[in-house]
Write a protein that binds this ligand. Structure first.
Ligand code: APR
Length: 310
């Protein structure tokens, strides 16, 4: 029997995630969206690509949750993007309501699943999903760090003219603005990047990775990134479905690690069948630790706004 993955939100990120999984063929997929016909149409179109790409996976679209029952993994991408005139808090509270209603359903129908939260603001949405699902925190993980790290590695590989495979890096902290690259663990085939790139140039590269999401939005104008985000989600899905125990930068619930308690923050996580099976504590410099704490404070502010709205 194939694995089962539910993807909620049949927009750019959700549909591209579904397509990547479908093409690989190792899981059946249920695509859910609130818009009538959208998930059904995209799912059927994808299914009809099966004979060409050689996939026997099944993919169905739905506006309700019955079909999602007993999924192994649930990916939550449903939400709205910020529109002109909207504050960050407006976005926060709107997406909080969307994510709460979605996770209420998906957690009910797939009580043993691992949930991967993608909707922004990511860290706050993961926190809300934990609360609504009532799941143990290992089974609610946020996707951000893999994407931020991939952007950073892309720019480093271009700078040094080496394969992306030869660039190892970890990015911690919040998504985007407050991301914290761990300079000590950034290396090219074992050589610390600080020996290869000047500090000022490295800072420019870090800043470009921090602003990576905005750079894409500026080009696209009416949407945000989805190729690299969906690839990042799929890496997490594979770590869960194949119990890889891969150490990936993810947004996970900290309970004292790095001196942070009761908050979702981006850290290295061992991801396997149980979800976030272990939080890995890197030894950080004083400066990195204080930047990670700043990231956590930014998440806490959003969590407080959500709590006060209830
Ligand atoms: N239930 C199900 N689907 C919903 C709901 C809901 N309550 N509310 C909105 N949606 C759907 C929309 O109909 C839309 O199809 O979520 C989808 C979002 O898709 P896009 O607008 O294309 O957004 P996308 O680019 O996919 O980004 C989704 O991921 O990376 C983050 O910041 C991004 O929060 C955003 C999310």
């Amino acid at each position: 029997m194939r694995n089962k993955v539910t993807v909620v939100g049949a927009g750019n990120v959700g549909a591209t995630t579904a397509q990547r999984i479908f093409d690989k063929g190792y899981a059946d997929i249920v695509l859910v969206d609130i818009v009538d016909g959208l998930p059904q149409g995209k799912a059927l179109d994808m299914l009809e690509s099966g004979p060409i790409v050689g996939s026997d996976a099944q993919v169905v679209g739905s506006n309700t949750y019955e079909e999602t029952a007993n999924s192994d993994v649930v990916v939550v991408t449903s939400g709205i993007a910020r529109r002109p005139g909207m504050s960050r808090d407006d976005l926060l509270l709107t997406n909080m309501k969307i994510v709460s209603s979605v996770v209420g359903e998906t957690a009910k129908y797939s009580p043993n699943s691992v949930h991967i939260i993608v909707t922004n603001p990511l860290d706050a949405m993961a926190q809300q999903s934990l609360k609504v699902s009532g799941f143990p925190s290992e089974r609610v993980i946020g996707m951000a760090g893999i994407l931020d790290t991939a952007r950073y590695r892309t720019f480093l590989s271009q700078e040094l003219n080496v394969s992306v495979d030869s660039v190892a890096a970890y990015v911690l902290g919040g998504h985007g603005d407050t991301m914290v690259p761990v300079v000590e663990s950034t290396n090219v085939a074992g050589t610390p990047v600080s020996q290869l790139i000047s500090p000022s140039r490295l800072e420019e590269i870090v800043q470009r990775a921090r602003d990576g999401g905005a750079e894409i939005v500026n080009y696209l104008k009416t949407g945000s990134a989805y190729y690299a985000p969906s690839a990042s989600i799929v890496q997490m899905i594979e770590a869960v479905l194949f119990d890889k125990k891969e150490i990936l930068p993810c947004t996970a619930y900290l309970q004292g690690q790095y001196g942070i308690d009761g908050l979702y923050v981006g850290v290295p996580v061992k991801v396997g069948a149980g979800g976030a099976e272990q939080i890995i504590e890197l030894s950080l410099s004083k400066e990195e630790l204080s930047e990670l704490k700043k990231s956590a404070e930014a998440v806490e502010e959003l969590v407080d706004v959500m709590a006060n709205s209830e």
